[in-house]
Design a protein around this ligand. Sequence first.
Ligand code: XIL
Length: 375
Amino acid sequence: MKYKSIYAIAAMCCLASVQTMAQKTLGEATKGKFLFGTAVNMQQVNGINAAESAIIASEFSAIVPENDMKPQPIHPTEDKFNWDNADKIVAFAEKNKQILTGHCLIWHSQVPNWFFVDAEGKPATPEVLKERMRKHIYAVVGRYKGKIKGWDVVNEAFEDNGTYRNSKFYKILGKDFIKYAFQFAHEADPNAELYYNDYNVETPAKCDAIVQLVKELKAAGLRIDAVGSQSHMHMINPTVEAAETSFKKLKAAGVHILITEWDISILPSPYEGANISTSMAYTKEMDPYRDGVPADVQQKWNKRMLDMFGLFLKYDDVIDRVTVWGVTDNGTWLNGFPIRGRMDYPMLFDRNNKRKPIVDEMIKLTKKYKTIKKK
Ligand code: XIL
């Protein structure tokens, strides 16, 4: 009898620990290794999408606005700022005790044209554009001083071949627009971390250009804490090896790394970049999984997720945050990019807001890696 009850207690304990493990979130499992975050939108923050709102509150240790702090929504005309949404996101992060980062201050997309023209519609002078950048950055960073851990100061300044993108910022100010942005952001909040963010960082020429930029910023005495690797991935590219090579190069350059916009598209990929102005025609062949994902394809996606996540864990001495770009397959931007109207499956939660089995696999994987002390 005595033994039986001991067995019963042991069985109960075992069940309890299995349950705790299953209930654990990636935000909890990655504690001490890196933050685990997601991008958020206003339907979630306002609770209109209550299911996703609840998932965000419980599963993630960090958030970043998917759109609401970008120049276009926050500063649509020279004398008008829309603070409402961004303020609500700050309150949402505070309520959920999550680390908040800002995205993004200077970018060639989702930026209003008033930045770049004078009253007659002619190109703004370098002085005018520089002053507008200063005012924009001072206002946005200044308002959230002390509430935002760090900022994507400049987003996507390079082409994949490592040359500077011929953006309006570049055309008017040359490559120094990047230095100005980092200088102004630091002046506006000396305690905020500052990041350079880009897609296809795994492409060698682009990675080398970013490393060169990091060196130039440091040589100029400017603060840069980390490089954000967006990590919008596909079924084959980038390879784990290519991603690892980029991590090694960045680590050697003396910056930390953030995985800022992670998703792995399961669909055929006619374009493997993330420049949001790219748009391609819809064909049925490019949208093959409307009735569900075949088991073998799903398995390949699962393996790819685990391989990449394992790599992130391996580099947790320099990776400070891993952020997925969305919550459920229903809400992912990839359903509309680079082809509108497809059905993609890149997220950790499915179209019924159910956590995918891969999350438990990822949680298990966190235990295989010893947490390395941050430098
Ligand atoms: C995307 C958002 O997810 C979409 O909702 C929006 O329509 C376009 O921008 N690189 C970035 C992100 O840095 O800001 C982009 O986000 C995706 C590519």
